[in-house]
Design a protein around this ligand. Structure first.
Ligand SMILES: [Zn+2]
Length: 89
């Protein structure tokens, strides 16, 4: 048996993002899915990107929702002793 030098090419973020958005062609998509099933690092990255893209989509869909940064500002304000401002608008 001749052993092929195993050149494991990890997936880059762009490929994974395209995969999440289903923008890859079928063959490439299958490669990505096979790789992420065997590679912990890429599977983890895929999960991170998936949750990020979900957050982004939600942020775009629900513009009225307070963003985490706004929440942080609010908590900051509450802590600096002015808890009423910003409440019950
Ligand atoms: Zn990998």
């Amino acid at each position: 048996m001749t052993e092929m030098p195993k050149e494991t090419k990890h997936l880059d973020e762009m490929t994974l993002l395209l995969y999440i958005e289903r923008q890859l062609d079928r063959a490439r998509g299958l490669e990505v899915s096979a790789h992420t099933q065997e590679c912990d690092a890429c599977r983890t990255l895929l999960r991170v990107l998936e949750s990020e893209s979900r957050l982004l989509t939600r942020a775009m869909l629900e513009e009225d929702e307070p963003l985490p940064s706004r929440l942080a500002q609010f908590q900051e304000r509450a802590r600096t002793g002015n808890p009423c401002s910003g409440f019950g608008e």
